[in-house]
Design a protein around this ligand. Structure first.
Ligand SMILES: *[C@@H]1O[C@H](CO)[C@@H](O)[C@H](O)[C@H]1NC(C)=O
Ligand SMILES: *[C@@H]1O[C@H](CO)[C@@H](O)[C@H](O)[C@H]1NC(C)=O
Ligand SMILES: *[C@@H]1O[C@H](CO)[C@@H](O)[C@H](O)[C@H]1NC(C)=O
Length: 567
């Protein structure tokens, strides 16, 4: 009798112990706390990152390198979801978490695991979440592009000891949606555009009265000439390409067909993944029109998330049995703006799994040069996440050197630099060392950055403000700039390259960086300009790789030849 009582007491005190997985945060300044408390039955979505099998994360790292390195005997031998599940997912962790969820009356329908099974998307009521995580949820709001958005978030959370061995992190409880990486719209340029065109001296290949608005701007014909793009290829059965869009950034068929007609390219969205919201946005229309123009006629999917959440995108890719092979994502903010290193590491593991499956992911590198969204404070540059993640391909921005189609120079506001969190990966060792030891680099004061971190971007494409992109949006045309333009262009190029491989019955390219760094000669090297965003120090583009434009911009003919010679 007495023994039982002591045991019960011990169990009680054990049950009461809690573990905090990440530190307390304060809500980002861009979000306003609403005074009214949420209702207890309001819903929020969180993500359980299950603890992986011991040693599996290290194994995954090696596997990703092997299957992505053209010089490895395992090149192209991508893993299935089942193989990754066997490698990574602990059935015990999964059982512990699911039974804990059901003890809190979370239904099966509310739980959506990825196919690998190590990440669970879970819908919870406010009352459930507050009890489970011993926290308080509040409503926060912000306005982006005249659209008001609100989210339910906490500023700290903990989990009970009983599940601490099973959970690495709970996502989107204290992780606020990032700032949208919206393209830069030059309104003065918009007016000048209407008044008679941009500044580029090339012949406008967009025609008719609508097409004339693209005069002097970057339109599909300019990219085709500069990057030596092919005429519409025959599409292999598995070819596919996707753009991620978030929160209210959707598109109107009328804008897309206006662009297609004016510029003589048949851009078509083949499929939509996620809910179709009837709100067109310049970001999504830029993405769709240019990735579609470059990769035509490869089937294009818009991969839509209703919240500006990276985890929601990861979850939707991870729960799809045959996700598109190339993904362009214009999303990111600074490493210092993330809730924890642990969060970035967990996201990185998901990127590694996506890459190991043979899927290529490209992120825009940012539009504030070396300074990031945090700006010029603290005597430090602010590397971007996921831009500086070692497990994705980061795309920076360029401008033409003159007002003609030809050599490119660094776009001063294109994101680039070195991660403060992740060390330099092996595939860029030589390239980055070469940069850091070059007399031409004129490197910034060493206190501004960590030279042993992962260097980014990996590649670049036109994105600057000198001759913006011509985008059909809102029934008219706009001049638009930013690495959100560069990223879909490079993604479109890699979709074409994948198509070459699939046509030849070979594997898709998957994680691209080992291939990119082994084929420097297949890129147009950019050797001038500094990405200081107009203030003080930055990284200067030189011969070879640099932290302003990476390897440079695509030369499709050379890349296609390189890709054809791969096993
Ligand atoms: C779960 O539901 C049962 C039945 O409605 C209720 O008795 C119990 O208190 C609930 N538990 C929690 C943790 O909400
Ligand atoms: C193409 O897709 C089919 C069906 O999804 C799959 O069985 C096949 O392995 C794929 N081929 C390549 C080269 O990826
Ligand atoms: C620099 O980066 C490396 C690799 O990521 C890391 O180990 C080291 O602690 C960093 N140094 C500083 C001063 O932050």
């Amino acid at each position: 009798m007495k023994v039982t009582a002591i045991c019960a007491l011990a169990a009680l005190s054990l049950a009461a112990a809690r573990v905090q997985l990440e530190g307390d945060i304060s809500a980002p300044k861009t979000w306003t706390l609403q005074t009214a408390s949420p209702e207890s039955n309001d819903e929020t979505t969180v993500y359980f990152f299950l603890r992986h099998k011991t040693g599996s994360e290290e194994q995954l790292e090696q596997i990703l390198l092997d299957v992505s390195d053209p010089r490895s005997s395992r090149y192209g031998q991508h893993l299935s979801n089942e193989a990754l599940r066997d490698l990574m997912t602990s059935p015990e962790a999964s059982d512990t978490v699911t039974s804990w969820l059901s003890s809190h009356n979370v239904t099966q329908e509310a739980i959506k695991p990825t196919l690998v099974g190590d990440l669970l998307q879970v819908k919870l009521s406010v009352a459930q979440a507050e009890t489970m995580f011993s926290t308080t949820l509040s409503r926060y709001s912000r306005t982006v592009n005249d659209q008001s958005q609100d989210v339910l978030r906490a500023t700290s959370y903990s989990i009970p000891d009983e599940i601490a061995d099973a959970v690495s992190l709970v996502g989107d409880l204290i992780h606020f949606p990032a700032e949208p990486r919206l393209p830069i719209q030059s309104y003065s340029l918009g007016r000048r555009l209407l008044g008679g065109g941009g500044k580029g001296k090339w012949e406008n290949s967009c025609t008719g009265s609508s097409g004339s608005k693209c005069k002097g701007l970057v339109e599909p014909g300019v990219l085709k000439t500069r990057y030596k793009l092919p005429d519409s290829p025959t599409v292999a059965s598995n070819s596919s390409v996707a753009v991620a869009e978030f929160q209210g950034q959707y598109y109107k068929d009328s804008d897309i067909s206006k662009f297609s007609t004016a510029c003589g390219v048949e851009v078509k969205v083949s499929r939509n993944q996620g809910k179709n919201e009837d709100s067109a946005g310049i970001e999504s229309e830029l993405d769709i029109e240019f990735i579609g123009a470059v990769s035509h006629p490869i089937p294009l999917t818009v991969w839509y998330q209703s919240e500006y959440s990276l985890l929601s995108w990861i979850q939707s890719v991870g729960s799809n049995a045959s996700p598109d092979l190339i993904h362009s994502v214009s999303y990111g903010n600074d490493e210092v703006q993330q809730t924890s290193t642990k969060y970035m590491e967990q996201v990185n593991t998901q990127f590694q799994m996506i890459g190991a499956k043979g899927i290529s992911v490209l992120f825009a590198s940012g539009d504030q040069g070396v300074w990031g969204r945090s700006g010029r404070f603290g005597g430090k540059f602010h590397p971007d996440f996921p831009g500086a993640s070692p497990y994705i391909t980061a795309v920076g921005g360029t401008d033409f050197s003159t007002y003609d189609i030809g050599d490119e120079t660094t776009w001063a506001s294109g994101g680039g630099g070195f991660s403060d969190t992740f060390p330099r990966p092996s595939w860029q060792e030589d390239a980055v060392k070469g940069y850091l030891s070059s007399k031409d680099a004129n490197l910034p004061e060493s206190s501004y950055y960590n030279a042993s971190g992962r260097g980014y971007p990996d590649v670049a494409a036109l994105g600057g403000q000198k001759t913006p992109y011509c985008v059909a949006t809102g029934g008219g045309f706009e001049g638009v700039a930013g690495t959100s333009a560069s990223c879909p262009v490079v993604a479109g190029v890699f979709a074409l390259l994948n198509n070459e491989r699939l046509t030849a019955g070979k594997s898709p390219l998957g994680f691209l960086n080992p291939f990119i760094y082994q084929n420097a000669a297949a890129f147009n090297d950019v050797t001038s300009g500094t990405n200081n965003a107009g203030f003080g120090a930055g990284f200067t583009a030189i011969k070879g790789w640099d932290a302003a434009t990476g390897m440079g911009t695509p030369n499709y003919e050379a890349l296609a030849a390189a890709v054809k010679s791969l096993p």
